[in-house]
Design a protein around this ligand. Structure first.
Ligand code: GLV
Ligand code: MG
Length: 317
């Protein structure tokens, strides 16, 4: 597992086609927590092999600051997966944090990538386990096996929902992924979101929502993103830098929530340590150990995103 990237935020995960020098050059200028350079569905079959060198060059030469940097390889049911891994991970150097594997159907898909990565790391002089894995759930079979998939390798850092391929896999009558999916009378995505979230969290993984395809409608994106944010997802894919800005907001706690969480932690600490009570009134709410855990998760999320209290600290306890 990549120790560097595991605890970094992933509110916005920017997708960039690996075959386009122009888009690759622009990617580091976007304010995204995470960037992945794509060799899969945004690259035409005839460009797949040439894109590998462009991606390696981008990883080695562009100013990526400390964002998480990932390459999406092609799925195991194509002719390209092993070549993508050997060519890109073998030559990219230590700045590459992760490989994203699309269309994961079963745990052995991840195990195979893990084994291949160990050989490539050894031959490239990288520390064993340096490269983390992001696994995409994009088929009914992948969803059924998501619990085993999430437990399949210590390299796993995130489990990622791929709504477009998934809609195709289950035969949903839609032609795009937009906010109207969430208005369907019986929205199968609620089951999907809950199932992926539980499997990911049970294994300590980041849980990420996939793309929103109506790229010009940022308010509709905000609405769709707020749904997975309300489940507790860590972030969502961005297809443009503007989408990334919206996602950075949606997947951060609000300043008010962040401040309140700090105050709950402070009130709870005083109650338990100084007054030795396990439950205490906080305004008109009863708080206890569970409330402190919820508050801690918001504080951790806010701190990962660089938030600070907006309240006057001299008045804090
Ligand atoms: C992403 O890969 C998707 O299929 O939605
Ligand atoms: Mg896909």
């Amino acid at each position: 597992m990549s120790l560097r990237s595991r605890s970094l935020p992933r509110r916005s995960c920017l997708s960039t086609p690996g075959s386009s020098d122009r888009f690759l050059a622009k990617a580091p200028t976007a304010l995204a927590d995470f960037s992945f350079l794509d060799l899969e569905d945004s690259v035409a079959p005839k460009e797949k092999v040439d894109a590998r060198a462009k991606v390696v060059n981008a990883i080695r030469t562009l100013p990526w600051d400390d964002r998480v940097l990932c390459v999406r390889v092609n799925a195991w049911d194509t002719p390209w997966t092993y070549g993508d891994v050997i060519d890109v991970v073998g030559r990219a150097g230590a700045r590459l944090d992760e490989v994203m594997l699309p269309k994961v159907r079963r745990a052995s898909d991840v195990v195979a990538l893990d084994l291949l990565l160990s050989q490539v790391e050894s031959n490239a002089g990288l520390p064993l386990g340096h490269i983390g894995i992001e696994a995409q759930i994009e088929t009914a079979e992948g969803l059924i096996n998501v619990e085993d998939i999430c437990a399949s390798s210590p390299r796993l850092e995130s489990i990622v929902f791929g709504p477009a391929d998934f809609a195709a896999s289950i035969g949903m009558p839609v032609t795009t992924i937009d906010e109207t999916i969430h208005h369907a009378p019986s929205n199968p995505f609620s089951y999907v979101f809950a199932k992926i979230l539980m499997a990911g969290r049970a294994n300590g993984l980041n849980v990420i929502d996939g793309p929103f395809l109506k790229v010009r409608d940022l308010e509709a994106l905000r609405y769709a993103a707020s749904i997975t944010a309300s489940y507790g997802f860590d972030g969502k894919w961005a297809l443009t830098p503007d989408q990334a800005l919206v996602l950075n907001e949606v997947y951060s706690p609000s300043q008010e929530l962040f401040d309140k969480s700090l105050e709950i932690l402070s009130a709870y600490r005083i109650a338990t340590e100084e007054n030795r009570t396990g439950a205490v009134m906080f305004g008109d709410e009863m708080i206890d150990e569970a409330s402190a855990k919820i508050a801690l998760s918001f504080v951790a999320r806010g701190e990962r995103a660089g938030m600070k209290t907006s309240r006057d600290e001299s008045s804090a306890h």
